[in-house]
Write a protein that binds this ligand. Structure first.
Ligand SMILES: [Mg+2]
Length: 712
C-alpha cells in the first residue's frame, strides 16, 4: 500500500516532477477544482497560452475548450475516478491545436486530492499527417486508375477497387502473389525485360501492356510503374498505376482500319500500299521482289450490266482469290475501283515471279458465280521489279502501269513485265496527244467524203465523212497513224465531236445549196460510244447545224460494239428513237453473231473490205460475203460493201444482192466542194465505166448496162 505524502513531500515531489518536465516536449499542468492552472511547464504554457506570459501565481483559467472537462476534473477531485484520457481540439489565432490529454489526481498525505495533473501531447502534426494519409488513401482507393503496390520482391501488398474492377481479381485472391498472373502472350517478353530493367534501375517505366483478366480476356493497359525508395535509397515498394485503354485501342484500331484498309475487301488501301512499298524500298533487297498492278478486264461493263452489288461481290471474290494464291511474304492491296496491287517478295528469280503471276491469271480466270449468273472475268497484270524498275513508289507504280497497259494491248487476260522501251512508247504517246490537241486547235484536221451508191443504178445514196490530218511540218498523216492514238489518249472525244459538227454542217450545206439532200455517215469510236456525253454531243451537233436527224447516219464498228454491248445497245436505242440511222461497220471482223445483232436497232450492215480481197478468185471470201448478204437481208438489214475496187467485185456484189457499194472504183474520198461540183450536174455514177466520172446521159434502166453510151 502506498504511503500518503505529507505537504512538504508533496511540494518537493511536485517541484521534482515539474523540473523533470521543464524542457520536455510534453506539456504538464496541475489544476485546482476551479479549472485554474496551478503550475505549468514551458511546453504546456506554449500550447495553452501562446500569447500570454504566465506565472504559476497568476493561476489562469484553462482555455475555454478545456472547460468541458470540468465534470471529469471534479470527478477526479472527488476520487470517483482515478484518471481520465481525452483528445481536445483547441482553436487559437496561431492555428488549431490537437492535444491528447491524460489527467490524474495528486493526493496529499491524508489521501485527499490536492490537485489534478494533466500531461498533454501535441498531436497536431500527427493528425495533419494522418488526415493527409487518409485523404491520399481515399484518393487511391477511389481512383479511376488501377493501383497495385508490391514489396521490393514484387509480392502484392495492396490493390485498389479499380484494379479489381478491371482484372476481376479480388484483393484476398492476389494478396502476397506476384502480379505475373496478369501477363499475356500478347505482350512480347522484351517489353517485360525492358520494364524490369528500368524499374529495378530506380526509374519509372511507362508503356502499354496487353494483360489478361481473371476470365482470360485480354485488355490493353496504359501502365506506369515506379519504384519507391527508403531513406537509404533502397527500393522498398513498387507502385503500378494503370488504366484500361482497351476501348480506346479498339477505337484506334477501327480508325486505322478505316484509314488503311478498304472496307469492301478488307485489303490494305492505297495509303497502306504506299507505306508498305516505301518500307520495302528502304529495306535491303531480299531476293527478287515485284510490284504487280492488276485490273479487271471490262469491269465497267459488268458493273453497268449486273449492277453495283454484283460488282462488289466480284471484287470481293477477286480479292479473296488474290489472298489465296499469294504466300505469307506477299501482300495484296486494293487501290480503288477494280485496281489491285500485289507485292511479291523474296523470290529466287524473275522467272519465279512470272510463274506466280501466271498462276494468279489462271485462278482469276475461273468462273465466278453471282446469284444465277456465272461470270468469266479475266485480269490484266503489269509487273515491275522492285529496286530494278524503280526506286520510288510513284516510279514503280508508273512502270507497272505501263506494263499493265501493254498487257491489255496484247489482248487482256495477260501479264507483261515492264521494259524500258515502254517508257519510250509512253513518251511518244504523250507527244502524239499534244500534237492531236494542237491539230484540233489549229484546224489541221479536215473532212473528206466518199459516196455510197446504189449497187444497181449507181445513184449516190449518202456520203461517208472521213477525217484527214494535214500537219504543217510532217504533211499528211494517215488516219491509221493517229486514230488509234487518239482513241487511247481519249483525244478521240473532242476530235469526234468536231467531226460530228463538221459532217452535220456539210449535210445541211448540201440542202442549203438546193441540191438533192444526202445523208452523211459518221464513224463513232469505242470511246465515244462509252462517253456519257455522246447523246448530248450529237443533239448539239444537229441543232447547231440545223440538220434533221434522219440525214445523219452513225457507223459503229463491230469491235466497238462488242466491247460494251449492253451499254452500246442502250445508246443505240436512244439514237434510233431520235431518228438517226445506224450502221454496223467492218462487219465480219468481230465475231458477233448476226442473230445477236438483229436484236439491236441497226438499219445497215457494212461488210468489211477484207472480204472483197481477191474476189472473184477467192471462193471462200465470196461464200462468206454472199452468206452475210443473204442473212443480213433476211434480218431486214440493208447491206453495204466497202472497198469495191474492180468491176468484177461490183458484179459479184450485184449478183449476190448487195444493195449499196462504196469504193475507189467509183470515187476516192474527196473534199465536199470537189464532190459537190459534179453532184450538182449528175447524182449517179456510170454503171459501165464507174471511174470517178459522171454519166452524161440519163440512166436507161436499173440494171447493169454494158452498152451505156457514156463509155463509148
Ligand atoms: Mg466506216
Amino acid at each position: 500500500m502506498r504511503r500518503p505524502l505529507n505537504p512538504d513531500e508533496f511540494f518537493r515531489y511536485s517541484d521534482m516532477i515539474f523540473s523533470a518536465f521543464a524542457d520536455s516536449s510534453l506539456g504538464l499542468i496541475s489544476i485546482d477544482r476551479e479549472m485554474r492552472c496551478l503550475r505549468a511547464n514551458n511546453a504546456a504554457k506554449r500550447l495553452l497560452w501562446p500569447d500570454a506570459t504566465m506565472s504559476t501565481e497568476s493561476c489562469p483559467l484553462l482555455p475555454d475548450e478545456m472547460q468541458v472537462l470540468r465534470p471529469e476534473v471534479k470527478a477526479l477531485f472527488e476520487q470517483q475516478k482515478k484518471h481520465h484520457q481525452c483528445h481536445l481540439k483547441l482553436i487559437s489565432a496561431h492555428g488549431d491545436l490537437e492535444l491528447n490529454l491524460e489527467f490524474a489526481p495528486l493526493l496529499d498525505a491524508q489521501g485527499a486530492v490536492i490537485a489534478v495533473t494533466a500531461v498533454m501531447l501535441d498531436v497536431t502534426p500527427m493528425m495533419v499527417r494522418e488526415l493527409e494519409l487518409k485523404k491520399f488513401s481515399n484518393a487511391v482507393e477511389n481512383s479511376g486508375s488501377a493501383v497495385l503496390i508490391t514489396d521490393a520482391r514484387g509480392d502484392i501488398e495492396y490493390a485498389n477497387g479499380r484494379f479489381s474492377d478491371i482484372t476481376g481479381y479480388n484483393r484476398e485472391e492476389i494478396s502476397g502473389r506476384n502480379p505475373s498472373f496478369l501477363r499475356s502472350e500478347h505482350t512480347h517478353d522484351t517489353v517485360y525485360q525492358e520494364l524490369w530493367r528500368t524499374v529495378l534501375g530506380g526509374r519509372k517505366w511507362r508503356g502499354m501492356l496487353q494483360n489478361k483478366r481473371k476470365n482470360g480476356s485480354i485488355y490493353w493497359a496504359l501502365q506506369s510503374i515506379s519504384p519507391i525508395h527508403d531513406s537509404n535509397g533502397r527500393i522498398v515498394n513498387i507502385v503500378s498505376v494503370s488504366e484500361d485503354i482497351t476501348h480506346l485501342k479498339e477505337h484506334q484500331q477501327q480508325m486505322e482500319q478505316l484509314a488503311f484498309f478498304d472496307p469492301l475487301t478488307n485489303l490494305g488501301n492505297r495509303r497502306n500500299f504506299k507505306q508498305e512499298l516505301e518500307r520495302v524500298l528502304k529495306a535491303p533487297p531480299k531476293g527478287v521482289s515485284a510490284l504487280l498492278l492488276m485490273d479487271l478486264d471490262h469491269f465497267k461493263q459488268i458493273n453497268d450490266t449486273l449492277g453495283h452489288d454484283a460488282g462488289d461481290i466480284l471484287l470481293q471474290t477477286v480479292a479473296s482469290r488474290l489472298k489465296f494464291c499469294t504466300d505469307k511474304s506477299s501482300q495484296v492491296f486494293r487501290l480503288g475501283g477494280d485496281e489491285f496491287t500485289l507485292m511479291l517478295q523474296g523470290y529466287d528469280s524473275v522467272a519465279d515471279i512470272e510463274r506466280q503471276t501466271q498462276e494468279i491469271l489462271e485462278l482469276q480466270a475461273q468462273p465466278i458465280r453471282i446469284g444465277p449468273q456465272e461470270l468469266m472475268v479475266t485480269v490484266s497484270i503489269g509487273v515491275a521489279i522492285i529496286h530494278v524498275d524503280g526506286q520510288s513508289v510513284s516510279h514503280l507504280l508508273r512502270n507497272a502501269d505501263l506494263a499493265m497497259y501493254h498487257s491489255k494491248q496484247k489482248g487482256r487476260n495477260q501479264y507483261a513485265l515492264f521494259r524500258q522501251e515502254m517508257n519510250h512508247k509512253a513518251r511518244q504517246a504523250l507527244v502524239m496527244e499534244n500534237n492531236l490537241r494542237q491539230a484540233l486547235q489549229q484546224d489541221q484536221f479536215y473532212l473528206v467524203y466518199q459516196p455510197q451508191l446504189d449497187a444497181n443504178n449507181g445513184h449516190i445514196r449518202k456520203l461517208e465523212a472521213l477525217i484527214r490530218w494535214h500537219h504543217p511540218e510532217e504533211g499528211m498523216i494517215a488516219p491509221d497513224k493517229f486514230i488509234g492514238k487518239a482513241e487511247e489518249s481519249g483525244m478521240i472525244i473532242p476530235i469526234g465531236k468536231w467531226v460530228l459538227q463538221e459532217a452535220c454542217r456539210a449535210a445541211k450545206r448540201i440542202q442549203d445549196l438546193g441540191l438533192p439532200p444526202l445523208k452523211v455517215a459518221v464513224n463513232l469510236s469505242t470511246r465515244q460510244l462509252d462517253s456519257d456525253l455522246l447523246l448530248e454531243t450529237i443533239t448539239q451537233a444537229l441543232d447547231d447545224a440545223g440538220l434533221q436527224p434522219r440525214w445523219l447516219e452513225l457507223e459503229i464498228t463491230e469491235g466497238a460494239l462488242m466491247k460494251n454491248i449492253e451499254h452500246a445497245n442502250k445508246i443505240l436505242i436512244e439514237l434510233k428513237r431520235m431518228g438517226i440511222s445506224l450502221a454496223i461497220d467492218d462487219f465480219g471482223t468481230g465475231y458477233s453473231s448476226l442473230s445477236y445483232l438483229q436484236k439491236m436497232p441497226f438499219d445497215l450492215l457494212k461488210i468489211d473490205r477484207s472480204f472483197l480481197h481477191q474476189v472473184p478468185d477467192n471462193k471462200d471470201n465470196m461464200t462468206i460475203t454472199s452468206t452475210i448478204i443473204v442473212m443480213a437481208r433476211q434480218l431486214g438489214l440493208e447491206v453495204v460493201a466497202e472497198g469495191v475496187e474492180t468491176p468484177a467485185q461490183l458484179q459479184f456484189l450485184q449478183e449476190s444482192g448487195c444493195q449499196q457499194v462504196q469504193g475507189f472504183l467509183f470515187e476516192a474520198p474527196k473534199k465536199l466542194d470537189v464532190l459537190l461540183a459534179s453532184y450538182r450536174d449528175c447524182q449517179h455514177y456510170c454503171q459501165i465505166c464507174y471511174h470517178s466520172r459522171y454519166c452524161e446521159l440519163p440512166l436507161r434502166n436499173n440494171r447493169l448496162n454494158l452498152s451505156s453510151p457514156c463509155c463509148s
